[in-house]
Design a protein around this ligand. Structure first.
Ligand SMILES: Nc1nc2c(ncn2[C@@H]2O[C@H](COP(=O)(O)OP(=O)(O)OP(=O)(O)O)[C@@H](O)[C@H]2O)c(=O)[nH]1
Length: 318
Protein backbone atom coordinates (compact mmCIF):
# COMPACT_ATOMS: atom_id res chain seq x y z
CA UNK A 1 0.00 0.00 0.00
CA UNK A 2 1.21 3.49 -0.78
CA UNK A 3 -0.30 6.30 1.26
CA UNK A 4 0.15 9.90 0.15
CA UNK A 5 1.27 12.10 3.04
CA UNK A 6 1.03 15.37 1.23
CA UNK A 7 1.95 16.69 -2.15
CA UNK A 8 3.25 19.90 -3.60
CA UNK A 9 3.79 21.11 -0.06
CA UNK A 10 6.13 23.81 1.11
CA UNK A 11 5.95 27.53 1.50
CA UNK A 12 7.79 28.24 -1.69
CA UNK A 13 5.38 26.97 -4.31
CA UNK A 14 6.18 28.98 -7.35
CA UNK A 15 3.92 28.11 -10.21
CA UNK A 16 1.50 25.62 -11.51
CA UNK A 17 2.95 25.18 -14.95
CA UNK A 18 3.31 21.96 -16.84
CA UNK A 19 6.99 21.54 -17.59
CA UNK A 20 7.62 21.85 -21.26
CA UNK A 21 10.27 19.15 -21.56
CA UNK A 22 7.58 16.70 -20.61
CA UNK A 23 5.77 17.31 -23.88
CA UNK A 24 2.03 17.20 -24.26
CA UNK A 25 0.85 15.91 -20.95
CA UNK A 26 -2.73 15.53 -22.03
CA UNK A 27 -1.68 13.13 -24.75
CA UNK A 28 0.80 11.25 -22.58
CA UNK A 29 -0.43 7.77 -21.85
CA UNK A 30 -0.46 6.53 -18.27
CA UNK A 31 2.23 4.10 -17.20
CA UNK A 32 2.47 1.23 -19.62
CA UNK A 33 2.42 -2.31 -18.24
CA UNK A 34 5.78 -2.98 -19.96
CA UNK A 35 7.36 -0.18 -17.93
CA UNK A 36 5.99 -1.60 -14.68
CA UNK A 37 7.21 -5.05 -15.66
CA UNK A 38 10.67 -3.80 -16.55
CA UNK A 39 10.86 -1.75 -13.35
CA UNK A 40 9.74 -4.72 -11.21
CA UNK A 41 12.36 -6.91 -12.86
CA UNK A 42 15.15 -4.43 -12.21
CA UNK A 43 14.06 -3.88 -8.62
CA UNK A 44 14.46 -7.60 -8.00
CA UNK A 45 18.16 -7.52 -8.83
CA UNK A 46 19.37 -6.11 -5.50
CA UNK A 47 18.73 -6.16 -1.77
CA UNK A 48 20.69 -2.96 -1.16
CA UNK A 49 18.33 -0.09 -0.40
CA UNK A 50 20.57 2.56 -1.91
CA UNK A 51 20.77 0.59 -5.16
CA UNK A 52 17.01 0.04 -5.16
CA UNK A 53 16.40 3.76 -4.84
CA UNK A 54 18.87 4.53 -7.59
CA UNK A 55 17.24 2.05 -9.98
CA UNK A 56 13.81 3.40 -9.12
CA UNK A 57 14.92 7.01 -9.58
CA UNK A 58 16.46 6.31 -12.99
CA UNK A 59 13.63 4.16 -14.31
CA UNK A 60 10.71 6.37 -13.33
CA UNK A 61 12.11 9.22 -15.37
CA UNK A 62 10.52 7.43 -18.32
CA UNK A 63 7.11 8.13 -16.85
CA UNK A 64 7.40 11.13 -14.51
CA UNK A 65 10.36 13.48 -14.43
CA UNK A 66 11.66 14.06 -10.92
CA UNK A 67 14.75 15.96 -9.76
CA UNK A 68 15.41 13.83 -6.74
CA UNK A 69 14.17 11.21 -4.33
CA UNK A 70 14.78 10.94 -0.62
CA UNK A 71 13.98 7.90 1.48
CA UNK A 72 14.00 7.46 5.23
CA UNK A 73 13.32 4.68 7.70
CA UNK A 74 14.09 6.16 11.08
CA UNK A 75 13.89 2.97 13.12
CA UNK A 76 16.60 1.41 10.96
CA UNK A 77 18.64 4.62 10.93
CA UNK A 78 18.33 4.80 7.16
CA UNK A 79 18.33 8.09 5.35
CA UNK A 80 19.31 8.47 1.72
CA UNK A 81 18.79 10.81 -1.18
CA UNK A 82 19.39 10.58 -4.89
CA UNK A 83 19.43 13.53 -7.26
CA UNK A 84 18.62 16.89 -5.73
CA UNK A 85 15.92 18.35 -3.53
CA UNK A 86 13.58 21.03 -4.89
CA UNK A 87 10.76 23.24 -3.68
CA UNK A 88 7.94 20.91 -4.69
CA UNK A 89 7.58 17.62 -2.90
CA UNK A 90 5.27 14.65 -3.14
CA UNK A 91 5.52 12.46 -0.06
CA UNK A 92 4.35 8.90 0.44
CA UNK A 93 4.50 6.33 3.14
CA UNK A 94 5.29 2.78 2.12
CA UNK A 95 3.33 0.16 3.96
CA UNK A 96 2.64 -3.54 3.56
CA UNK A 97 -0.28 -4.63 5.74
CA UNK A 98 0.78 -3.20 9.09
CA UNK A 99 4.50 -3.09 8.29
CA UNK A 100 5.82 0.43 7.97
CA UNK A 101 8.52 0.49 5.33
CA UNK A 102 9.68 4.05 5.25
CA UNK A 103 8.81 7.41 3.77
CA UNK A 104 9.67 8.48 0.28
CA UNK A 105 9.72 12.02 -1.09
CA UNK A 106 9.85 13.04 -4.72
CA UNK A 107 11.37 16.46 -5.38
CA UNK A 108 10.92 18.71 -8.34
CA UNK A 109 11.34 22.38 -9.20
CA UNK A 110 7.88 22.45 -10.80
CA UNK A 111 4.60 21.47 -9.28
CA UNK A 112 3.41 17.87 -9.73
CA UNK A 113 0.18 17.58 -11.72
CA UNK A 114 -2.62 15.30 -10.58
CA UNK A 115 -2.07 12.66 -13.24
CA UNK A 116 1.66 12.66 -12.51
CA UNK A 117 0.93 11.96 -8.87
CA UNK A 118 -1.33 9.13 -9.97
CA UNK A 119 1.51 7.79 -12.10
CA UNK A 120 3.97 8.05 -9.23
CA UNK A 121 1.57 6.12 -7.02
CA UNK A 122 1.31 3.42 -9.67
CA UNK A 123 5.09 3.23 -9.94
CA UNK A 124 5.49 3.12 -6.16
CA UNK A 125 3.51 -0.09 -5.92
CA UNK A 126 6.46 -1.86 -7.59
CA UNK A 127 8.73 -0.65 -4.81
CA UNK A 128 6.82 -1.97 -1.81
CA UNK A 129 7.98 -5.61 -1.76
CA UNK A 130 11.55 -4.96 -2.89
CA UNK A 131 11.86 -2.38 -0.07
CA UNK A 132 10.39 -4.82 2.44
CA UNK A 133 12.93 -7.47 1.41
CA UNK A 134 15.78 -4.96 1.48
CA UNK A 135 14.79 -3.82 4.98
CA UNK A 136 14.79 -7.44 6.20
CA UNK A 137 18.19 -7.94 4.64
CA UNK A 138 19.46 -4.76 6.28
CA UNK A 139 18.11 -5.91 9.67
CA UNK A 140 19.71 -9.34 9.29
CA UNK A 141 23.05 -7.76 8.40
CA UNK A 142 22.84 -5.33 11.31
CA UNK A 143 22.01 -8.19 13.71
CA UNK A 144 25.00 -10.18 12.46
CA UNK A 145 27.27 -7.34 13.53
CA UNK A 146 25.62 -6.57 16.87
CA UNK A 147 26.05 -8.12 20.29
CA UNK A 148 22.50 -9.12 21.27
CA UNK A 149 22.93 -8.46 25.01
CA UNK A 150 24.39 -4.96 25.01
CA UNK A 151 23.48 -3.71 21.52
CA UNK A 152 27.16 -2.78 20.99
CA UNK A 153 28.83 -3.90 17.77
CA UNK A 154 30.50 -7.31 17.92
CA UNK A 155 33.98 -8.64 17.09
CA UNK A 156 33.06 -9.38 13.48
CA UNK A 157 32.12 -5.74 13.04
CA UNK A 158 35.28 -4.64 14.83
CA UNK A 159 37.62 -6.40 12.43
CA UNK A 160 35.90 -4.87 9.43
CA UNK A 161 35.50 -1.39 10.86
CA UNK A 162 38.75 -0.75 12.70
CA UNK A 163 40.96 -1.94 9.84
CA UNK A 164 39.11 0.35 7.43
CA UNK A 165 39.17 3.28 9.86
CA UNK A 166 42.95 2.90 10.37
CA UNK A 167 43.52 2.95 6.61
CA UNK A 168 41.24 6.00 6.16
CA UNK A 169 42.88 7.88 9.02
CA UNK A 170 46.34 7.27 7.59
CA UNK A 171 45.27 8.34 4.11
CA UNK A 172 43.61 11.54 5.31
CA UNK A 173 46.20 12.29 7.98
CA UNK A 174 43.57 12.17 10.73
CA UNK A 175 44.02 11.13 14.32
CA UNK A 176 42.46 7.94 15.59
CA UNK A 177 42.36 6.69 19.15
CA UNK A 178 40.93 3.61 20.77
CA UNK A 179 39.98 2.77 24.34
CA UNK A 180 40.01 -0.70 25.85
CA UNK A 181 37.62 -0.81 28.78
CA UNK A 182 37.20 -3.62 31.25
CA UNK A 183 34.70 -3.67 34.12
CA UNK A 184 36.45 -4.19 37.44
CA UNK A 185 35.92 -7.33 39.51
CA UNK A 186 33.01 -8.27 37.33
CA UNK A 187 33.23 -11.89 38.39
CA UNK A 188 32.18 -10.76 41.88
CA UNK A 189 29.04 -9.13 40.45
CA UNK A 190 27.99 -12.44 38.94
CA UNK A 191 29.00 -14.44 41.97
CA UNK A 192 27.35 -12.22 44.57
CA UNK A 193 24.39 -10.71 42.71
CA UNK A 194 23.66 -13.35 40.09
CA UNK A 195 24.16 -13.64 36.37
CA UNK A 196 21.07 -11.64 35.43
CA UNK A 197 22.35 -8.69 37.47
CA UNK A 198 25.66 -9.17 35.65
CA UNK A 199 23.82 -8.91 32.35
CA UNK A 200 22.01 -5.80 33.51
CA UNK A 201 25.29 -4.17 34.53
CA UNK A 202 26.80 -4.96 31.13
CA UNK A 203 23.83 -3.38 29.35
CA UNK A 204 23.91 -0.24 31.47
CA UNK A 205 27.66 0.13 31.15
CA UNK A 206 27.39 -0.19 27.35
CA UNK A 207 24.71 2.50 27.39
CA UNK A 208 27.03 4.80 29.37
CA UNK A 209 29.72 4.32 26.73
CA UNK A 210 27.30 4.98 23.88
CA UNK A 211 26.08 8.15 25.61
CA UNK A 212 29.60 9.49 26.10
CA UNK A 213 30.77 9.20 22.50
CA UNK A 214 29.94 10.94 19.23
CA UNK A 215 27.76 9.40 16.55
CA UNK A 216 30.83 8.82 14.39
CA UNK A 217 32.53 6.85 17.17
CA UNK A 218 31.74 3.20 17.78
CA UNK A 219 31.58 0.88 20.73
CA UNK A 220 32.35 -2.84 20.32
CA UNK A 221 31.94 -5.65 22.81
CA UNK A 222 35.41 -7.14 22.68
CA UNK A 223 34.87 -10.02 25.06
CA UNK A 224 32.81 -10.84 28.18
CA UNK A 225 33.12 -7.61 30.16
CA UNK A 226 35.63 -5.94 27.88
CA UNK A 227 34.77 -3.24 25.35
CA UNK A 228 36.72 -1.45 22.64
CA UNK A 229 35.72 2.11 21.78
CA UNK A 230 36.88 3.58 18.51
CA UNK A 231 37.24 7.36 18.56
CA UNK A 232 37.53 8.78 15.06
CA UNK A 233 39.33 12.08 14.69
CA UNK A 234 40.47 12.05 18.31
CA UNK A 235 44.00 12.83 19.39
CA UNK A 236 45.31 11.47 22.68
CA UNK A 237 44.23 14.39 24.90
CA UNK A 238 40.69 14.19 23.48
CA UNK A 239 40.62 10.43 23.90
CA UNK A 240 41.69 10.78 27.53
CA UNK A 241 38.88 13.25 28.18
CA UNK A 242 36.29 10.89 26.73
CA UNK A 243 37.76 7.93 28.60
CA UNK A 244 37.58 9.85 31.85
CA UNK A 245 33.98 10.85 31.14
CA UNK A 246 33.07 7.21 30.53
CA UNK A 247 34.90 6.09 33.66
CA UNK A 248 33.02 8.62 35.77
CA UNK A 249 29.66 7.86 34.28
CA UNK A 250 30.08 4.11 34.89
CA UNK A 251 31.22 4.77 38.46
CA UNK A 252 28.06 6.85 38.98
CA UNK A 253 25.72 3.99 38.01
CA UNK A 254 23.67 2.64 40.91
CA UNK A 255 21.96 -0.75 40.90
CA UNK A 256 19.42 -2.01 43.41
CA UNK A 257 19.03 -5.66 44.26
CA UNK A 258 17.62 -7.89 46.97
CA UNK A 259 21.17 -8.23 48.23
CA UNK A 260 21.57 -4.48 48.56
CA UNK A 261 22.91 -1.68 46.38
CA UNK A 262 25.63 -2.28 43.82
CA UNK A 263 28.09 0.07 42.17
CA UNK A 264 30.76 -0.79 39.65
CA UNK A 265 33.91 0.72 38.22
CA UNK A 266 35.89 0.34 35.02
CA UNK A 267 39.54 0.46 34.02
CA UNK A 268 40.44 1.99 30.68
CA UNK A 269 43.53 1.89 28.48
CA UNK A 270 43.94 4.46 25.67
CA UNK A 271 46.09 4.29 22.55
CA UNK A 272 46.41 6.79 19.73
CA UNK A 273 47.36 5.59 16.28
CA UNK A 274 50.83 6.27 14.93
CA UNK A 275 51.70 5.92 11.24
CA UNK A 276 53.27 2.48 11.54
CA UNK A 277 50.37 1.02 13.52
CA UNK A 278 48.30 -1.89 12.32
CA UNK A 279 45.07 -2.88 14.01
CA UNK A 280 46.96 -5.51 16.00
CA UNK A 281 49.64 -3.13 17.32
CA UNK A 282 47.11 -0.41 18.16
CA UNK A 283 44.93 -2.85 20.08
CA UNK A 284 48.00 -4.31 21.78
CA UNK A 285 49.06 -0.89 23.05
CA UNK A 286 45.59 -0.08 24.37
CA UNK A 287 45.53 -3.50 26.00
CA UNK A 288 48.88 -2.86 27.68
CA UNK A 289 47.58 0.42 29.08
CA UNK A 290 44.49 -1.36 30.33
CA UNK A 291 46.66 -3.96 32.01
CA UNK A 292 48.59 -1.15 33.64
CA UNK A 293 45.35 0.49 34.83
CA UNK A 294 44.31 -2.80 36.44
CA UNK A 295 47.75 -3.23 37.93
CA UNK A 296 47.74 0.26 39.45
CA UNK A 297 44.50 -0.40 41.32
CA UNK A 298 41.62 -0.24 38.74
CA UNK A 299 38.97 2.48 38.30
CA UNK A 300 41.38 4.62 36.31
CA UNK A 301 42.42 5.66 32.82
CA UNK A 302 45.93 5.05 31.51
CA UNK A 303 47.19 6.35 28.18
CA UNK A 304 49.95 5.08 26.01
CA UNK A 305 50.85 8.47 24.62
CA UNK A 306 54.29 7.97 23.11
CA UNK A 307 55.18 6.73 19.64
CA UNK A 308 57.56 3.99 20.64
CA UNK A 309 55.02 1.87 22.36
CA UNK A 310 56.03 2.40 25.95
CA UNK A 311 53.48 2.90 28.62
CA UNK A 312 53.89 6.31 30.17
CA UNK A 313 51.87 5.47 33.24
CA UNK A 314 49.89 8.66 32.90
CA UNK A 315 46.93 8.39 35.18
CA UNK A 316 43.90 10.60 35.25
CA UNK A 317 41.76 9.68 38.15
CA UNK A 318 39.03 11.84 39.61
N1 LIG B 1 26.57 -11.86 33.44
C1 LIG B 1 27.49 -12.03 32.50
N2 LIG B 1 28.75 -12.28 32.85
C2 LIG B 1 29.68 -12.42 31.91
C3 LIG B 1 29.34 -12.28 30.52
N3 LIG B 1 30.49 -12.46 29.81
C4 LIG B 1 31.48 -12.70 30.70
N4 LIG B 1 31.02 -12.66 31.96
C5 LIG B 1 31.73 -12.87 33.21
O1 LIG B 1 32.70 -11.85 33.42
C6 LIG B 1 33.61 -12.34 34.42
C7 LIG B 1 34.99 -11.85 34.09
O2 LIG B 1 35.81 -12.18 35.15
P1 LIG B 1 37.37 -11.93 35.19
O3 LIG B 1 37.93 -12.12 33.80
O4 LIG B 1 37.93 -12.75 36.28
O5 LIG B 1 37.57 -10.42 35.48
P2 LIG B 1 37.07 -9.50 36.66
O6 LIG B 1 36.36 -10.26 37.72
O7 LIG B 1 36.29 -8.38 36.05
O8 LIG B 1 38.40 -8.97 37.25
P3 LIG B 1 39.32 -7.79 36.73
O9 LIG B 1 39.08 -7.66 35.24
O10 LIG B 1 40.71 -8.21 37.04
O11 LIG B 1 38.93 -6.55 37.46
C8 LIG B 1 33.48 -13.86 34.41
O12 LIG B 1 32.88 -14.25 35.61
C9 LIG B 1 32.55 -14.14 33.24
O13 LIG B 1 31.72 -15.26 33.48
C10 LIG B 1 27.98 -12.03 30.19
O14 LIG B 1 27.59 -11.91 29.02
N5 LIG B 1 27.09 -11.90 31.21
Amino acid sequence: MVSPLHSNGGAELQDDKVITSFGDLAARPDIRPELLLKLSGKLQTTLELSQLMEIFFNEIQNAVLVDGISYSHTASNLLMSIGRTSVHTASYRLQSHKDYMGDINFHRSTRFREHELANLEGLLTTLVYPVRNALRYHEALAAAFRDPLTGASNRVALDKTLNREIELSKRHGQELSILMLDLDHFKLVNDEFGHSMGDKVLKEAALCMANCIRQTDMCFRYGGEEFLIMLSNAESAGALRIAERIRQSIAALKFDSEKGPLQITASIGCATMSLDDSMETLVQRADKSLYQAKHLGRNRVIADTDDIGQITGKSHVR
